[in-house]
Design a protein around this ligand. Structure first.
Ligand SMILES: *Cc1c(COP(=O)(O)O)cnc(C)c1O
Length: 479
């Protein structure tokens, strides 16, 4: 008893008093206000050395909230790429809606168990509303359903696994099964194929047209040829848009090929999916509703902080069949009508993930989200026009909000390599680069909700300064 009492005293330190909580919260609030106030002026990319963190070890006793916030401010939130910034124009940014943090905080404090309807019918209902909203955005039928994941990689894994399970691909038939995609498919799709054991199937890369889109005629030819050769065309993985250039595969045509031969049609719209909210994009994405499964990334084009992906299947029964398990210790939860998130994905215990999406949707409505997405499309058109005026060539005319450009007549890529190094060492705006067919390209991905006209003009001004420097053949800071 003495030991219990002593341990209780120490254990109770895990629950701060109301005053201590208030003090910590006020300091964290001040930190947040400072961060958000300064964000518009902060660089998109900064280098720096981690010094304090090295000695800031985890110890038996605790530290003050001031010292913790101090090390975060100087070494975590100021070094590297700044994903919250509207000046982050590399890879696929997203920004992170401030209001999601309220959802995350409430979810963490109340800690509702959102995996099982029996334990929190309300939390599961909120997730249900978010999923059904996404189903309606995509134009799937009412029987469609999905799962909120940690990101696009897990979402692709769930979709590809469901396809495998439904089509009963196993060790007896896998070497005859064929998967089709282009070489521009996101690398997490390859990871999912490996994780599900499908790397033992045949993988056929379908050629692309000049706009990096899957050639649907080639797909049809391949599929028919494979079929007549005794193989089993099983899965087509299309993208809208691709990570490199934002290319949208011809979904409607691919849908027809898949329907004809009963091939599972999966579309990775991790980046492009929410553009369905913009009227002008619905035509370009037409055919998405014919797919069997899709992947969306709310932490990209819905501007939710990292940690939010989604998978949707046209037929909820296939999703449930692939993910429902029963265990005796869960028997109290069996008799509930509602769909358990644990039965539509691979996670069991998880935080109440839907709050970070549902809360901003409720607080702002869909209107500002729709407007922000259309703004990004138009900003990209504007950037693309201006960058060509500066003398750059572009890979394609942008279909979504990524512009891919390079200084022309640079056979050995040295000018463009110098340019990206100079852009990185300046850091006011962050851009990334990629290699397509052996040539180095710079990318300007306009996705963050905080990217507006000012940031695009700043990027153009910076690129114009840096290309002059690169052409005056100064050695790159990386050389
Ligand atoms: C970002 C992205 C992914 C990977 O998603 P994560 O959320 O990073 O796991 C997959 N596919 C496409 C097209 C993407 O843009």
């Amino acid at each position: 008893m003495e030991r219990i009492n002593k341990l209780e005293q120490l254990a109770r330190l895990l629950e701060s008093s109301m005053n201590q909580r208030r003090e910590a919260r006020e300091k964290a609030d001040a930190y947040i206000d400072d961060f958000l106030q300064n964000l518009p002026q902060m660089h998109g990319y900064s280098t720096g050395r981690l010094e304090k963190l090295e000695s800031f070890q985890i110890e038996e006793g605790g530290k003050s909230i001031d010292s913790i916030l101090d090390v975060l401010a100087s070494e975590v939130d100021r070094i590297g790429i700044n994903p919250a910034s509207g000046r982050h124009l590399g890879y696929i940014p997203g920004g992170g809606l401030w209001a999601s943090s309220i959802g995350d905080q409430l979810a963490a404090i109340t800690n509702r168990y959102a995996g099982i309807a029996f334990s929190s019918p309300g939390a599961v209902k909120i997730e249900d509303h978010v999923i059904k909203w996404m189903v309606s955005v995509i134009g799937y039928p009412d029987n469609a359903y999905g799962n909120l994941t940690s990101g696009g990689s897990t979402a692709n894994l769930i979709a590809i696994k469901a396809a495998r399970d439904h089509r009963k691909i196993n060790s007896g038939n896998i070497t005859k099964a064929v998967i089709y995609m282009t070489e521009q498919v996101h690398h997490c799709v390859h990871k999912a194929i490996h994780t599900t054991g499908l790397h033992e199937a045949e993988l056929h890369l379908i050629p692309m047209n000049g706009k990096f889109q899957m050639d649907a005629d080639e797909l049809e030819t391949q599929v028919l040829e494979d079929d007549s050769n005794g193989l089993a065309p099983f899965l087509v993985i299309a993208s809208a848009g691709t990570t490199d250039t934002g290319a949208i595969d011809p979904l409607d045509r691919i849908g027809s090929v898949c329907e004809k031969l009963k091939i599972w049609f999966h579309v990775d719209v991790a980046y492009g999916g929410f553009f369905m909210l913009v009227d002008s994009m619905k035509k370009k994405l037409k055919g998405i509703e014919r797919s069997d499964s899709i992947v969306l990334d709310p932490h990209k084009t819905m501007f939710i902080p990292f940690g939010s992906g989604a998978v949707l299947l046209r037929d909820r029964n296939i999703l449930l069949a692939s993910n429902s398990y029963r265990a005796n210790y869960m028997k109290d939860t069996f008799d509930v009508e509602e769909i358990n998130p644990a039965d539509t994905g691979i996670e069991l215990s998880r935080h109440n993930r839907s709050l970070r999406m549902w809360l901003p949707l409720q607080l702002y409505g869909i209107g500002p989200l729709r407007a922000a997405l259309e703004e990004k499309l138009l900003l990209c058109e504007y950037f693309d026009k201006q960058i060509r005026r500066l003398g750059f060539e572009t890979a394609v005319s942008p279909e979504l909000s990524i512009s891919v450009f390079r200084w022309p007549a640079d056979k050995d890529n040295s000018v463009n390599q110098r340019l990206i190094a100079l852009v990185h060492s300046d850091g006011r705006v962050f851009l990334s680069s990629t290699v397509i067919d052996g040539r180095l390209w710079l990318r300007c991905a306009i996705i963050c909700h905080r990217t507006h006209r000012f940031e695009i003009d700043l990027a153009l001004q910076m690129i114009s300064e840096k290309i002059d420097e690169a052409l005056s053949s100064q050695p790159s800071p990386y050389e």
